[in-house]
Design a protein around this ligand. Structure first.
Ligand code: UDP
Ligand code: MG
Length: 309
């Protein structure tokens, strides 16, 4: 029998948890061949989330929980769940039933069929405001252009994966985690499951504009060093512009026309500004290397081998 750990980050979910627990246990009843553990991570809730989890655990030995000392964010909750998990198959799902547990049997079947990851992909944006959809689209466009990982705009955190994938995620030692990007970074054979946007079972979304903005910036900064190198290109452009300006002034002068000294001052200023920016960009190049090294990501991830350790 295979073991399955389902990690559920919860932040002030007392309203949604009873229905979630009921629905997920109903789905688990239909699953055969898996010994399941639910790993709830209470992300510093201020409501009765922890009490609710304790109540579940008293009557159901499959329920485990860990509770944070304060709210650390969903990314930290997901990492804590991952670290706590030891099963052959590990899954993530939200506590608000927006990730419908009814998809789990098919997802698990695809792992049996040889996929390493089964992940849900949003096919619509029902229940989202137009502004949120637009901003989210813009984010994915920018992120995919600026970074070296490809993140599908519809990709959700709702997924199940084999142990080897969970271990690969754990081998990424960085502190500011952007799991959507990390999923993409580790690779592996992924089967996508179209998933309709469901409305929250109860309670409210924990994301506001500010949190989403910080999350988006984290996503880009975790996978791109372009902002650090930007002065290099800007400075180079300014110097080239100053050169062109000087050339035009020289041609005008050689044609026998008077060139105002103001132009000479502008050319020198432009060139010096460009030079300074360029120098900052060179520093950025080194800083980008240091940044990449400090994240300590593995140079490669092995999927399988027959080498003896
Ligand atoms: N969550 C969390 N910590 C947070 C914010 C959210 O653990 O700081 C959990 C939340 O309880 C839920 C999941 O992450 O299970 C997704 O959050 P939410 O439903 O608020 O996000 P949305 O679905 O609106 O993007
Ligand atoms: Mg939600």
């Amino acid at each position: 029998m295979k073991t399955l750990d389902l990690i559920v980050p919860c932040y002030n979910e007392e309203a949604a948890l009873p229905l979630f627990y009921e629905t997920v246990t109903e789905t688990l009843r239909t699953l055969s061949g898996y010994q399941t553990t639910l790993i709830f991570v209470d992300d510093g809730s201020s409501d009765r989330t922890l009490e609710t989890l304790k109540r579940f655990a008293r009557s159901d030995s499959r329920v485990t929980y860990l509770s944070f000392s304060r709210n650390f964010g969903k990314e930290s909750a997901m990492l804590a769940g991952l670290r706590a998990s030891t099963a052959d198959i590990v899954g993530f799902l939200d506590a608000d039933l927006q990730h419908s547990p009814s998809l789990l049997p098919d997802m698990l079947q695809s792992l049996e069929d040889g996929y390493d990851v089964a992940a849900a992909k949003r096919v619509d944006r029902a229940g989202e405001t137009k502004l949120k959809s637009r901003l989210s689209d813009a984010f994915y466009q920018i992120a995919n252009r600026m970074t070296d990982v490809e993140i599908d705009p519809g990709a959700q955190d709702f997924r199940v994966m084999k142990r080897v994938v969970a271990d690969a995620l754990l081998s990424l030692g960085e502190h500011r985690r952007f799991t959507k990007g990390l999923f993409s970074f580790v690779g592996f054979r992924t089967k996508w499951f179209p998933h309709e946007n469901a409305v929250r079972a109860a309670g409210e979304t924990k994301w506001n504009f500010k949190k989403l903005f910080v999350y988006a910036c984290d996503g880009i900064l975790a996978f791109s060093d372009l902002p650090l190198k930007l002065p290099l290109y800007l400075g180079g452009g300014l110097c080239a512009g100053a050169g062109l300006y000087a050339l035009i002034a020289l041609i005008v002068f050689l044609c026998g026309k008077a060139v105002s000294p103001v132009h000479a001052v502008l050319i020198v200023m432009l060139f010096l500004c460009g030079l300074i920016l360029f120098a900052v960009g060179v520093l950025g190049l080194y800083l980008a290397r240091i940044y990449t090294e400090t994240k300590g990501r593995p140079v490669y991830i092995v999927k399988e081998t027959n080498l003896k350790k």
